[in-house]
Design a protein around this ligand. Sequence first.
Ligand code: SAM
Length: 149
Amino acid sequence: MHHFKGTIYQAYEPILFQSIWNPFVFRCIDHVLIDGNDKGISKIVYRSCSGRDRLGPFRLSDITWLTANTENPLAVGQYVNNCSNERAANVCYQEYDVPEAFPLELRQYLPNVNYRHDTQRPLRCVVLVALRDIRPGEELFSNYFTIVH
Ligand SMILES: C[S@@+](CC[C@H](N)C(=O)[O-])C[C@H]1O[C@@H](n2cnc3c(N)ncnc32)[C@H](O)[C@@H]1O
C-alpha cells in the first residue's frame, strides 16, 4: 500500500501558483487537492507547513520524503503512471481521513500536511491499493480517473 504524499488543500483554498505546470496534483472526490510535487514552490510550501504543525516534541507529518533519507518508503504514490489498453492498471486509489484517535507519535510518518493550520476537518490521505500481486521492479499503473469508494 502506497501513500500519495503532499500538501492538502481544501476546495476553497488557493493553489494557483503551486499548480501551474504541476502534474502531481491529485483531486479527491470532494475536490480536496493533494499537491505531491517534491520540487520548487510545492516543496517549500510542504516544508513550511510541516515545520509549523508540531505538538511538543512530535512532528505531525513526515518531511523525509523530500530528502534522500525517506523514513516512510511507502510514500511514493505520485510516481504511478497512467494505465492504457496495453498496460492495465495494477493499483487503484483509496481516499481516507485520518481518524482523531490515530496515535500522536505515529503522525510523524504521515506524508501529508494541511495547507491551512486552522483547517477544521481531519487530515485527508490517499493510498494506492494493489489490484493484484506486484513483483519487485514492476512499473505501477493506475487509472488516474478511477477512485474506489
Ligand atoms: C503523477 S506523474 C507520474 C510520475 C512521472 N512519470 C514521474 O516519473 O515523475 C504524471 C506525469 O507522468 C507522465 N505519465 C503518466 N502516465 C504516463 C504514461 N502512461 N506514459 C507516459 N508518460 C506518462 C506524464 O508526463 C504526466 O504528466
